[in-house]
Design a protein around this ligand. Structure first.
Ligand code: ADP
Ligand code: MG
Length: 507
């Protein structure tokens, strides 16, 4: 008999429907898997056999052929076990096939027949709903995550025995509660901006970065608090919307780093500077998400930016420009979402001492700063200098104003709302994502403002891209002040966050 069971493979983070066809016929007992299976799937043959027998079900002594179609989709991981086992049951007449036609399944089997959780349950649920399945059968540990998808009935299955019972109509699982957070449950607590002493300029810069979605570079000596400030960026960004949280959860579920619940916070990823280009943007023969994708809708922090391999940093070009990563493997192109705010940090110079005690030669300085050019730095709108806070201030008990992350987040959200309204229909959501053309149409300058900008240019040369960066940042500063029109002071402040200002200081 022939049976067909639907399941889903992951291509990047996208669910791709796979049909498991099982043919059972008389002949020498064999169990053949075809359809480009990787080693995990060949191993799944052994798990399926043991799981069926240990569940008191029959493993047919027949010629069994299993085909995973379509053949061109690369299939990886153990999540096909369940569909293969159920295909064998249906082909050998041990469960009714009609009930299966409206179901999709995903799950790994243990040798005893228990179901083990798999990656990408949320992605599979989205795929199953899109493909029109009425029901998704998944391991218990995956069910709350899959149930985040409305419009498809998600059933939590503990074991193969239970699944056979369900298909025979002898057992019904409890309805699955989706893994959303209770609205009354407080958000997971992140580090607070109020912990940072002094550093008014850097706090202002990170607020602007959050408000406009701008990439930020902090330049300063070790111990100044750069890492500390960067870690506080997710806490001042607006909490993710439901749609954004679904995107974050899909990425993390596919990568196997989710906690099985809907993401309540934006991610913060801080890869070490020894990371490869592949680790940063994704790839490999069986492509995996890179750090920029794991940071999707959140923050990617690159500490000690000049220490990163040039190739790794340059590989960020496409994600920074397009908010996604494309990886081509043979005939197929995988796509990973990759829209994150990049925060980078570095020392002012290789010796990292204060300017008056700097021991670097001009050549060393030039070499260090040359490493700070290229596609990433081109996309950094804000550069801010951070000096170490004197020890007395760090231990001092009182401080005039300690603004909390809650207060800053409220200002950021108000500024974001203004951008959403103004940018409606433009394809971008915040000032930091505007390209050059959109920037110039969105931030018109009158004569007085043009003069001001030219005066700023007079002091320092400003490239075309530098010009756009200043306009974008000035626009966000005005948004933070709830103003439609730019003031000269907005331009002045924006002009102060430029890399060439730092060049001059360093030279
Ligand atoms: N402005 C600051 N306010 C409070 N603590 C600070 C500040 N700057 C540095 N520190 C302390 O010093 C530690 C090191 O700071 P860090 O953020 O790692 O500096 P950097 O990344 O600039 O080298 C922090 O964990 C914190 O305890
Ligand atoms: Mg640091």
């Amino acid at each position: 008999m022939l049976a067909a069971v639907a399941t889903f493979a992951l291509e990047g983070v996208r669910p791709q429907e796979v049909t498991v066809e099982v043919d059972e016929r008389r002949g020498l007992p064999t169990f053949t898997l075809v359809g480009l299976p990787d080693r995990a799937i060949r191993e799944s043959r052994e798990r399926v056999r043991a799981a069926l027998l240990n569940s008191g079900l029959d493993f047919p002594q027949k010629r069994l052929t299993v085909n995973l179609a379509p053949a061109h989709v690369r299939k990886a991981g153990p999540s096909f076990d369940l569909a293969i086992a159920v295909g064998v049951l249906a082909a050998s007449g041990q469960v009714p096939a009609d009930e299966l036609a409206e179901c999709a399944l995903a799950g790994e089997l243990s040798l005893s027949g228990e179901l083990r959780p798999v990656r990408g349950a949320l992605n599979a649920a989205l795929g199953a709903r899109r493909a029109g399945y009425r029901r998704l059968l998944v391991p218990e540990a995956n069910a709350p995550e899959a149930a985040l998808v409305e419009g498809i009935d998600v059933s939590a299955i503990p074991s193969l025995t239970r699944l056979a019972d369900l298909l025979h109509g002898r057992w019904q699982p409890e309805p699955t509660e989706p893994a959303v957070r209770d609205p009354d449950e407080p958000l997971p607590e992140g580090p607070d901006l109020a912990d940072v002493r002094g550093q008014a300029d850097a706090k202002r810069a990170i607020e602007i970065a959050a408000a406009g979605g701008h990439n930020l570079l902090m330049v300063g000596p070790p111990g100044a608090g750069k890492t500390m400030i960067a870690r506080r960026l997710p806490g001042i960004l607006p909490p993710p919307s439901f749609e954004e949280a679904l995107e974050i959860t899909q990425v993390h579920s596919a990568a196997g780093i989710g906690d099985g619940r809907l993401a309540a916070m934006r991610p913060f990823r801080a890869p070490h500077h020894t990371i490869s280009a592949q680790g940063l943007v994704g790839g490999g023969t069986r492509p995996l998400a890179g750090e920029i994708t794991l940071a999707h809708r959140g923050v990617l922090f690159l500490d000690e930016l000049p220490e990163f391999a040039r190739a790794a940093v340059d590989a960020l070009r496409q994600p920074l420009e397009e908010g996604r990563v494309e990886i081509t493997r043979g005939q197929r192109t995988l796509e990973f979402p990759a829209n994150a705010i990049v925060v980078a940090a570095c020392n002012r110079c290789p010796c990292a001492r204060p300017p008056d005690r700097c021991a670097c030669t001009a050549l060393e300085l030039a070499r260090y700063q040359r490493r700070l050019s290229g596609p990433l730095v081109d996309r950094i709108d804000l550069v801010c200098q951070v000096e170490a806070v004197p020890a007395v201030e760090l231990v001092g008990r009182t401080e005039a104003s300690r603004v909390t992350s809650d207060v800053v987040r409220a200002r950021v959200m108000a500024a974001r709302k203004r951008q959403l309204v103004r940018l409606a229909g433009s394809g971008v959501l915040c000032n930091g994502d505007m390209d050059g053309r959109l920037t110039r149409s969105q931030v018109p300058l009158d004569d007085a403002l043009t003069d001001r900008l030219l005066a700023g240019r007079g002091r320092l040369p400003l490239s075309g891209r530098g010009h756009d960066r200043v306009l974008r940042v000035a626009r966000t500063i005005a948004d933070l002040n709830s103003r439609d029109r730019l003031l000269e002071s907005d331009l002045d402040e924006a002009l102060s966050y430029r890399l060439d200002t730092w060049d001059r200081v360093a030279a």
